[in-house]
Design a protein around this ligand. Structure first.
Ligand SMILES: O=C(O)Cc1cc(O)ccc1O
Ligand SMILES: [Fe+2]
Length: 450
């Protein structure tokens, strides 16, 4: 086993005190209290709550959804207690769909080098850089992809998105999400899901921090149907961790910024809104260690569709056709015989936004670097670059470990539109298309495998 193996990680966690701050399970019905007895038992709305707390429900699905997702919070003050009306503010780099610019061509194969943070301090809100948008935030379909750059903490400033759930994929640095429902620490090789409507602030633990965000306007991410794979492997439910309750009783002038229908609004509040002393329910943030993802793949020949590597999927309402699939390309053994092992050449009705967390991606040995992104939009051809093609076509097909590699894909059924930032400001690799230019013609009309 390597240093990165799940067994070693679990052992290390035990030695360090076994993460007292998290509860295992995907979309479990959790209960947690930071003060003894704060959580009512057997009912949700007692006439008076323990400690003088207020009961408040956060509904993440329609009341009548099946299953409904909601969480009961027992808090120092109800969230409605804020001191000013909402004031519209500008967050110029965080865009929402529909955002189709007449002078930006989204049709094309695109690749970007890593976006770097400059000298201006950036927090979770000001450092969000939208790369693509798809669908429509108002009708709750589609998504946006972002790069985040964080060089400073939010202190008495809080945020929530009414538009979306955020899937956070760190690539560099460490962040702490102080949320209404508890604290999540996040670093590369982990992901977090921040549900729609949840209030939080983001502290920089180790900077600069950079990563990718998939902003899901639609139905929540869920575990994919397992079909013939059966009950185990891929992302196992127990490896998702929700935080235990943690609250702040802090009376200081604070702000809450709300993303709502693509606009940003701010209100002032006289205290920390992270004042939930106890909660129970199945609508919560969670984190997941990507090293616990157990890949299943070709054990004899051929290359399966990348859906085999789906970590989470957000349904679109059309069965089998996701609003978003979150797909992980991680370390694994390649053993397929008489097979071209890297991804094949293809055109896809879904649009593919990829990011590199670390290492080398097998279809693109050069240019697709950690922190970088690529976009292969709806029905646009792509596949291995020339070196990957020639290398894999002539390789000695012994069992080989693809080691030290982690890339991912946000794959959506909707075409993705570039923002002006992606087209003009981010480090676009203008020569990306050339990576296929030197693919040779091998055909000469005579039979034989060449
Ligand atoms: O384009 C890509 O590199 C992503 C991808 C990987 C794969 O193994 C099969 C299809 C696919 O789109
Ligand atoms: Fe692809």
């Amino acid at each position: 086993m390597t240093a990165e193996s799940p067994r070693k990680i679990v052992q290390a966690l035990r030695e360090n005190g076994a993460h007292p701050g998290y509860m295992p399970g995907f979309a479990n019905d959790h209960e947690t209290e930071a003060l003894p007895g704060a959580l009512p038992q057997g009912m949700n709305s007692p006439q008076k709550c323990e400690y003088g707390l207020y009961a408040e429900q956060l509904s993440g699905t329609a009341f009548t959804a099946n299953p409904p997702e909601r969480t009961w919070c027992y808090r120092i003050r109800p969230s409605v207690k804020h001191s000013t009306r909402y004031t519209r503010i500008d967050v110029p780099y965080w865009k929402s769909a529909p955002h189709v610019l007449p002078d930006v061509a989204s049709l094309g194969q695109y690749r970007w080098s890593p976006v770097e943070a400059g000298d201006v301090p950036l927090n979770w809100i000001t450092g969000m850089r939208t790369m693509t948008t798809a669908g429509d935030v108002n009708t709750q379909v589609g998504m946006a992809s972002h790069i985040y750059l964080v060089t400073e903490s939010m202190v008495d400033d809080y945020f929530f998105s009414a538009d979306s759930e955020l899937l956070v994929v760190p690539q560099q640095g460490r962040l702490r999400f102080h949320t209404e429902l508890g604290i999540i620490d996040l670093e590369p090789k982990e992901i977090a899901i921040l549900p729609r409507g949840l209030v939080y602030r983001v502290e920089l633990l180790e900077g600069p921090a950079r990563g990718f965000v998939c902003e899901n306007y639609g139905q929540k991410f869920e575990l994919p149907a397992r079909g013939p794979i059966g009950a185990n492997c891929l992302a196992n439910p127990r490896d998702f961790k929700a935080p235990v309750a943690a609250f702040e009783d802090r009376e200081v002038p604070s702000t809450i910024t709300v993303k709502w229908c693509g606009q940003f609004h701010r209100t002032e509040i006289g205290q920390s809104p992270l004042d939930v002393v106890a909660w129970h329910g199945n609508y919560a943030p969670y984190k997941y260690d990507l090293r616990t993802y157990c890949p299943v793949g070709a054990v004899l020949f051929d290359h399966p569709d990348p859906s085999i590597f789906t970590v989470l999927t957000a349904p679109s309402g059309v069965p089998g056709t996701a609003n978003i699939d979150f797909v992980l390309f991680r370390e694994r053994w390649m053993v397929a015989e008489d097979t071209f092992r890297p991804p094949w050449y293809h055109k896809n009705i879904m649009s593919e936004l990829m990011g590199n967390i670390y290492g080398i991606y097998d279809a693109k040995p050069e240019g697709f670097v950690p922190g970088g992104m690529s976009l292969h939009n709806m029905m646009l051809p792509h596949g291995p670059d020339r070196d990957a093609f020639e290398g894999a076509s002539n390789a000695d097909l012994k069992a080989e470990k693809l080691d030290n590699t982690m890339s991912f894909m946000f794959e959506t059924r909707f075409p993705q539109h570039l923002t002006a930032f992606a087209a003009n400001e981010a480090p676009l690799q203008d020569n990306y298309i050339d990576c296929w230019a030197s693919l040779e013609k091998h055909f000469d009309g005579t039979p034989g495998r060449k």
